[in-house]
Ligand binder design. Structure first.
Ligand code: ATP
Length: 253
């Protein structure tokens, strides 16, 4: 019997399938859905992401890698970085989220657009079975100003007081509201045209399943760089220009 919130892979994908990685990602989400971690809307959101991933060639393109480097430079310089975790990212990269959190010293906060206490509990438990300690999000006593309903809820010592927030798969309104709170918001979003992608401070147009492992590798490579170099990476970066470059590459297909 699977434990509460545990994901069990139920379908075997042949390794020689040309789109093996994409099918594995799809299965992880379906299994996450069966375990109560991913919600119905999360499956729909994934469909949109898959379409853009197809247009990007299902690989990390160079402008996305540039944004990933800038994101790591921002997280390394942050006083209080926080990693927001939703159902899809918890289902796709639980081990990697835990590792990134430990390497950067950034707590994980379960923060759900479609929040139910049951799903928050299941995701926290799921992350704990992957080695996470002190996952935030159960207590969500603060609110993001300008956002109504349950989706405004955040943890006071987590996202609410963070200076840099990494938000894999965020909704456009919340992303904008976090930017309006003067936070540096790093979004991971396969759609370069989404409001999230357009309003974030740094947008990584890549699949969460590739972007988080890339960030882990870059932390190791970049943590010994002098602050002057990291600072230059951050200040010389132009998110709008990077998004235009991604769109140009998609049009060239
Ligand atoms: P917005 O509110 O920002 O305009 P939206 O309403 O299109 O966005 P949502 O449904 O809130 O989007 O979130 C889904 C977003 O997540 C989509 O932009 C989709 O491309 C992206 N997405 C889905 N799966 C992944 C993934 N595995 N990695 C990265 N991005 C993803």
């Amino acid at each position: 019997m699977p434990s509460r919130g545990a994901i069990v892979m139920t379908t075997i994908i042949p390794k020689d399938h040309p789109r093996y990685e994409s099918l594995i990602i799809r299965e992880r989400l379906v299994d996450g859905f069966k375990a109560g971690i991913v919600c119905e809307e999360g499956l729909i959101a994934h469909g949109r992401g898959e379409a853009f991933d197809y247009l990007l060639g299902e690989r990390t393109i160079e402008p996305a890698m540039t944004a990933t480097r800038v994101a790591v430079a921002a997280m390394l310089a942050a006083k209080h970085p926080v990693i927001s975790v939703n159902g899809n990212s918890a289902a796709l990269v639980p081990d990697e989220l835990v590792r990134l959190s430990e390497k950067i010293g950034a707590p994980l906060e379960v923060n759900l657009f479609h929040r139910t206490e049951d799903r928050v509990d299941k995701i926290i438990h799921h992350l704990e079975t992957h080695g996470a300690k002190n996952v935030l999000g159960k207590k969500a006593e603060a609110r993001i100003p300008g956002i109504s309903h349950e989706r405004a809820k955040v943890c006071k010592e987590g996202i609410y007081s963070a200076d840099v927030v990494l938000v894999p798969l965020e909704d456009g309104d919340r992303c904008e509201a976090l930017v309006n709170m003067n936070k540096k918001v790093i979004a991971i979003d396969l759609n370069p045209l989404s409001r999230t992608a357009q309003t974030a401070s740094v947008t990584i147009v890549d699949n969460v399943a590739r972007a988080i492992p890339n960030m882990i590798k870059l932390v190791d490579e970049m943590k010994t760089l002098p602050e002057s170099e990291l600072g230059h990476m951050r200040t010389s970066y132009d998110n709008k220009a990077m998004l235009e470059e991604v769109i140009r590459r998609i049009k060239m297909l």
